[in-house]
Ligand binder design. Structure first.
Ligand SMILES: [Zn+2]
Length: 354
């Protein structure tokens, strides 16, 4: 055989070797935008949010594609950019999950709302003044928050089998940890949601029956998943802008137990004992702009008419006292002075069976 023939045969041999290797490693990577991970690997990168009527942004994400096929769990952090513990928790999760032992795929959205995070704003984006968790499913032609929501909906939620949207008390909210457990009325579907809500391990679960299930835009990330047939919960761990490890550990241990519940990692689900089920949650809103002086604390149980706080004007004159609309538990209460008319001063729920 001539030299060229040998070279060609060798080239073909190495080509076949490469093809075989690619197939055995899982030929199809799992892609979220340009971030692609082959089976048994994890890759981090950015989901680009192109500029539109205002500047663009980017969303830091990690795709952990397990060695064995299984469900896709999407974990969103930083939808509100001042809610730090879930952001910290996902950084730990990224280094702790071993893709070679993972069944299925985990998509980590490290900071959904980078403009709000870097701008240190509560609730609203510093770019367009909008609340990202009221902008779903998003709009590619809209302002930045709407375009971020659109990217998360189409690139992350649409690929997920399960979703956890991880929040905490915002920079102004003293909050006792809880999970929002949506109830849709579909028994089989609701059992899947409940399985996640219980596995997350918090002892307060708010039964969430609406009103977001009305027709119209899905507004919330969890609702966006639900209308697509994807079980979803929203979790709240942390408060008042604190990034204390206690709060991020709470989020992290919740995620790990959901991973066990979904049989995506080895180990037995830790049972959640002693859950307090909460119903009829109500966000108590401020009747005027001014300064709120709380008279209660997160986690307290209060009776109907109990003083939640006093609203004063910018000179310190009392505008009104704000009282509990019913007997129940304080899920969160506003812990810093500024309030704008129509914004929350507290959230309360009734304790089921009381
Ligand atoms: Zn939030």
């Amino acid at each position: 055989m001539g030299k060229h023939v040998m070279q060609n045969l060798r080239a073909i041999f190495y080509f076949l070797l490469l093809v075989t290797a690619a197939f055995s490693a899982g030929a199809e990577p799992f892609s979220v935008g340009d971030v692609e991970a082959f089976e048994g690997t994890q890759v981090s990168g950015f989901l680009e949010v192109p500029a539109g009527t205002d500047a663009g942004s980017k969303i830091p994400i990690t795709v952990i594609h397990g060695a064995t096929p299984g469900p896709v769990l999407a974990l969103l952090a930083g939808v509100h950019g001042y809610e730090y513990p879930p952001i910290t928790a996902l950084q730990s999760i990224r280094s702790e999950i071993d893709p070679t032992l993972l069944r299925g795929t985990v998509i980590l959205v490290h900071v959904a709302n980078l403009p709000s995070f870097l701008g240190r704003t509560i609730y609203y984006s510093p770019v367009d003044g909008k609340n990202l968790n009221r902008m779903f499913p998003g709009d590619p032609e809209g302002t930045l928050s709407q375009r971020i929501a659109h990217q998360i909906t189409t690139k992350v939620i649409d690929q997920a089998d399960y979703l956890i949207d991880l929040h905490s008390g915002d920079g102004n909210e003293a909050l006792r940890p809880y999970v929002y457990m949506p109830v849709t009325g579909d028994t089989v579907f609701d059992q899947k949601i409940k399985g996640m809500a219980v596995a997350f391990g918090l002892d307060h679960i708010v039964i969430d029956t609406g009103p977001q299930y009305a027709s119209g835009p899905s507004l919330f990330s969890d609702q966006t998943a639900l209308v697509r047939g994807i079980p979803a919960i929203t979790t709240e761990t942390g408060q008042s802008g604190s990034n204390d490890p206690h709060w991020s550990e709470l989020a992290k241990s919740g995620i790990w137990n959901v991973l066990r519940h979904l049989r995506m990692v080895p180990g037995v689900e830790v049972p959640n004992l002693g859950i307090t089920w909460l119903t009829d949650y109500q966000v108590v809103k401020s009747p005027a702009s001014g300064i709120f002086k709380p008279a209660t604390k997160d986690g307290y149980t209060v009776t109907k008419g109990a003083l939640l706080g006093v609203l004063v004007d910018f000179f310190g004159n009392e505008i009104t006292k704000i009282r509990a609309p019913f007997s129940g538990v304080i899920n969160y209460v506003i812990s810093t002075p500024p309030v704008t008319k129509g914004e929350p001063v507290a959230m309360m729920s009734k304790i089921q069976g009381h």
